[in-house]
Design a protein around this ligand. Structure first.
Ligand SMILES: C[S@@+](CC[C@H](N)C(=O)[O-])C[C@H]1O[C@@H](n2cnc3c(N)ncnc32)[C@H](O)[C@@H]1O
Length: 315
């Protein structure tokens, strides 16, 4: 597996950004400033040159390495554990099917915070044929692992055997899945500083992202701006706020005064609570309590109850 970093320049603003060469394909790394992007790309290169470092990264002191390794291990198994031999428990993302509507405006489709990219397999049947699809995540290790699987079809799969043990299996995906994953553009970027032009996306899909960012209000603003008129945001979240990730004063539910939390959150997302925020978004469909099981390690699986919303930007 050939992996090396290089620099590319944006064709519009000429800003330099790094890329990670994953099996001959360039994954752009435009997460933060040029220095941080370069650092991420170099870390990605190191990890894939010697995957056995993964355990040291998981258990080491470096918070960036821990986060990259943790996301890779969690979502490699969650998204592709069923393709291991013998199969490992995985997160069934089948509930994503049937949410993406047929009537979409022109524009690309972006899955933000996609981890290793397996969500695409779940929604693939609902995607219009003629659209560019972006798989984007801030975690280059998870993203590059998914891209490598898309290219090679068979790669080593790390998973947590127990709370203390890292195991290795092999993921082998069918050619049909490889074809779907290969169709996407894989991109390491920060969803709070997205690289697409305003009003250019027909659909944005975020599963478990809004409560994983430091500033969920900024995420709402960005998604609202990115969507073309009539475009949709498929937002799925357990609203599982963690102070280490999202400061209390940014945890959206804390803005809701009334007793009905779900109604309050809906108002907040659609411009009825914070002036201007979500003012162009309307709820087309919503389901509360959708089950999402995420394997944590061999003896632990967490069950989340998701709030799934289809928001549409007014035309
Ligand atoms: C809870 S995980 C969900 C992964 C995947 N969507 C799923 O449902 O299986 C959240 C993902 O969001 C990514 N993430 C967190 N903050 C981000 C940001 N600012 N920009 C892009 N991705 C981010 C993490 O790296 C992680 O992969």
């Amino acid at each position: 597996m050939g992996l090396l970093t290089a620099n590319l320049a944006c064709t519009t603003c000429e800003q330099q950004f790094s890329t990670l060469d994953v099996g001959g394909a360039q994954v752009p790394v435009i997460n933060g400033d040029a220095t941080f992007s370069r650092q991420l790309a170099q870390l990605g290169e190191q990890l894939f040159a010697d995957p056995q470092q993964l355990r040291a990264w998981l258990e080491g002191d470096d918070p960036l390495q821990r986060a990259m390794a943790g996301g890779l291990v969690t979502y490699a198994q969650a998204h592709y554990g069923q393709f291991a031999e013998p199969p490992l428990p995985s997160a069934d993302l089948g509930w994503l099917r049937g949410w993406l509507p047929r009537n979409l405006p022109d524009g690309d489709i972006a899955l933000l915070g996609c981890g290793t990219g397996g969500e695409l397999l779940a929604i693939e049947a609902d995607l219009p044929d003629n659209r560019s699809v972006w798989l984007a995540d801030a975690n280059l290790a998870a993203l590059a692992w998914g891209k490598m699987l898309a290219i090679q079809g068979l790669i080593p799969l790390p998973y947590r055997e127990s709370a203390t043990r890292l195991g290795w299996s092999t993921a082998q995906i069918p050619q049909s899945c490889q074809h779907v994953l290969s169709r996407a553009h894989w991109l390491c970027c920060d969803a709070l500083r997205p690289p697409w032009p305003a009003a250019s996306l027909a659909a944005v899909i975020t599963v478990g992202l809004i409560d994983s960012v430091a500033d969920p209000i900024a995420l709402i603003q960005q998604v609202e701006a990115l969507l073309a008129p009539g475009g949709v945001w498929l937002l799925a979240t357990p609203w599982n706020w963690q102070e280490a990730v999202t400061p209390q004063n940014r945890q959206l539910e804390r803005f809701v005064d009334g007793s009905d939390l779900d109604d309050g959150v809906a108002k907040l997302l659609t411009g009825c609570m914070i002036p201007g925020l979500g003012a162009e978004l309307r709820i087309d469909r919503r389901e509360l309590g959708v089950t999402w099981r995420l394997p944590v390690h061999g003896r632990m699986t967490v069950e989340y109850l998701l709030d799934v919303l289809l928001l549409r930007k007014i035309d």
